[in-house]
Design a protein around this ligand. Structure first.
Ligand code: LR7
Ligand code: MN
Length: 599
């Protein structure tokens, strides 16, 4: 419980209780929603509720509720310590912290308070399958140029990306890191990075800057054309590579230069920076030409050794992959007519498969990526570059199948997608298969849209996703009573209205006050909606299962603060009175932010 002590240490610091937590949009990146965690050793995703006395050994799965909440004084595990440290790093101590945090969410869409406090060299859990540790790689692997493009990246996060590569890549395999500053306009960012690299003698890292803002596609081309290594490795600017991440990638390319390989992309939580393992899923797409993750075909992971073998993938997410440099050039690099963001991932995926190469996931290579809830930047002219770029994909690569995309995008009619003649020429020169071949041979699982389906999809998109029916695991049930009172936290409306605020009411055994805690530290009212830290006060919202603003920590029992991982602040109340509104406050006022969990 040292975190509780740390919380109290900050009590004296300030009395300021303004708190904000942006209302953030959920995007299409559905990692967290997969219920088919198919790795046998997912030791970092399960929750160990050691402070709870368990009613029966299998209560997590049986759905039964524990009757008693009693602290058990077991020594904290390594995982507990890591979690506790992250919790401490997120604490908002005063209004200055609050400002930094809010500004960070605006500019970067993640928690810069935590990221800054983490420093440049943290270790991350080794999320590889055990069998990966026994794999040995040939001597004389080709050397790599790691290309990292960035636009307005948060400097400590970028530096941690760079240090993770330097720390976890054998020297002889790393030719250089090319840092491409895509005309960031944060004052002094470029100079500060340059200074840092010079002061620390990081001569392997080359900071370059194109003359204009190019967008990530042309910025990568700019980097690739200057690279000296035999293999190009592309990374986003907010990642952390895991142990022995590069060897399996290089070794596969050394076997066959037309194989393009990707690490498994682990999750760095944008609110807490917790690093967790991702399940093995492959890349697909839908007819709106959005990339999506999907479960592997049945039979892909039958045997133990299947967890270390390359897995074929119809598409790539886009940001993290390795490719032989000569192959990259010979097969047409990227489409330089694409702007800023989007579409290049499907373009290069279709091209690889259709023109004689293959695209694979390498399970023993793992890289964590910060998954944000929204993209914090746009294009300079405000246009939808994803649509522009997707049209180029459709017209160059999809033959008659492009009609399915166009049917979905009535707004695509009058968009000028530029000159595609050189890309059509490339397709001819490379003697590529047609799109029908790709669908039949690489992605037979993709269904063609029917009118029926499209209609339904518009109405209720979620129902079509495999994760929709995940069973929640409840580990406790209680009322949340303000310490030394008989007032309990309840919904201001009923239990099912999204967006309802929370108030204090006289404690009574009714479902408006019945909180269910899940194994993901969510607090679910009447098993319906989740308690979510909002912009200064909490609200009830649909459970999104991404932790962060719906992840609450407490020590159980009586007189406990209830701390929110994303907000860095505690559940509190404006005054001790019936109907008083719940707020998010600094954790420095036991009178108004200590709670008894009443079973
Ligand atoms: O104008 C720009 N110039 C840049 O240099 C805009 C962006 N960038 C940089 C940016 O700083 C970052 O390092 O380009 C990189 C990617 O941009 P993000 O992080 O905003 O993109 P994303 O992670 O949301 O999007 C995914 O899809 C993109 C489609 O164009 C790219 O392919 C990203 O690389 C890709 N990221 C991943 O695949 C990581 C896994 C996420 C998933 C799914
Ligand atoms: Mn990214």
């Amino acid at each position: 419980f040292t975190w509780i002590i740390s919380l109290y240490l900050y009590f004296q610091l300030t009395k300021n209780d303004i708190v904000a937590n942006d209302t953030r949009v959920q995007t299409e990146q559905p990692w967290h929603k997969y219920n088919s965690i198919n790795e046998p050793s997912q030791k970092y995703s399960s929750k160990d509720k050691s402070y709870l006395k368990k009613g029966s050994s299998n209560f997590l799965n049986s759905g039964k509720l524990i009757k008693k909440l009693q602290p058990v004084l077991a020594p904290p595990s390594h995982k507990d310590k890591v979690e506790e440290e992250l919790m401490n790093l997120g604490i908002v101590r005063n209004s200055k912290d609050q400002e930094i945090r809010d500004e960070g969410y605006k500019t970067h869409a993640y928690n810069v308070l935590v990221s800054t406090r983490l420093g440049y060299n943290r270790s991350v859990p080794d999320t590889r399958n055990k069998l990966c540790k026994d794999v040995t790689y040939a001597k004389g692997l080709p050397s790599a140029s790691v290309i990292i493009c960035f636009y307005n990246e948060h400097m400590p996060t970028l530096l941690r990306t760079i240090h993770s590569v330097l720390d976890r890549t054998p020297k002889h395999l790393l030719e250089e890191i090319l840092l491409i500053d895509d005309q960031s306009d944060i004052p002094n960012l470029h100079e500060d990075i340059d200074d840092y690299l010079k002061k620390n003698n990081m001569s392997k890292v080359k900071l370059l800057k194109p003359e204009t803002r190019e967008g990530l596609i042309r910025a990568r081309l700019f980097g690739a054309r200057r690279a000296q290594g035999k293999v190009l490795v592309f990374l986003d600017s907010h990642v952390e590579v895991n142990v022995a991440w590069i060897e399996p990638l290089l070794s596969r390319i050394a076997e066959k230069s037309s194989t393009v390989v990707m690490p498994i992309i682990d999750i760095i939580n944008a609110d807490t920076f917790a690093y967790t393992s991702s399940p093995l899923v492959r890349g697909g797409f839908n007819w709106g030409l959005h990339f999506k993750w999907e479960n592997l075909p049945k039979g892909t992971l039958d045997k133990n050794e299947d967890f270390v073998k390359p897995i074929k993938s119809p598409t790539m997410a886009g940001g993290l992959f390795a490719i032989d440099k000569k192959y990259f050039i010979d097969m047409g690099e990227y489409d330089a007519g694409m702007n800023i963001w989007g579409g290049e991932n499907l373009e290069i995926s279709f091209r690889i498969w259709m023109c004689g190469g293959s695209l694979e996931l390498i399970p023993c290579s793992r890289v964590g990526h910060v998954f944000r809830h929204r993209r914090p930047y746009g294009s300079p002219d405000g246009k939808d570059t994803m649509l522009h770029n997707s049209l180029r994909v459709a017209y160059v690569w999809m033959d008659d199948y492009k009609q399915y995309f166009l049917n979905q995008r009535s707004d695509a009619k009058n968009i000028d997608y530029g000159d595609i003649s050189s890309r059509l020429q490339l397709r001819k020169e490379l003697k590529c298969h047609d799109f029908d071949w790709y669908l039949k041979n690489v992605y037979p699982e993709l269904a063609l849209p029917t009118d029926d389906e499209e209609h339904l999809k518009k109405k209720m998109p979620d129902k079509f996703q495999p994760w929709h029916s995940r069973k929640r695991n409840y580990v406790a049930q209680y009322q949340i009573r303000l310490a030394n009172t008989s007032l309990c936290v309840q919904s201001s409306k009923d239990t099912k209205t999204k967006g309802s605020s929370l108030i204090l009411g006289v404690c009574a055994k009714n479902k408006r006050q019945m909180w269910y805690e899940t194994d993901k530290n969510e607090l679910v009212l009447a098993q319906l909606l989740c308690l979510q830290a909002g912009k200064s006060s909490p609200i009830l919202y649909k459970c999104h299962e991404m932790g962060g603003n719906q992840e609450w920590k407490h020590k159980g029992g009586k007189q406990t603060p209830i701390y929110n991982m994303a907000a860095g602040t505690c559940l509190g109340v404006s005054k001790k009175a019936v109907n008083a509104t719940l707020t998010m406050k600094l954790c420095n006022d036991p009178e108004l932010s200590n709670w008894d969990l009443v079973v």
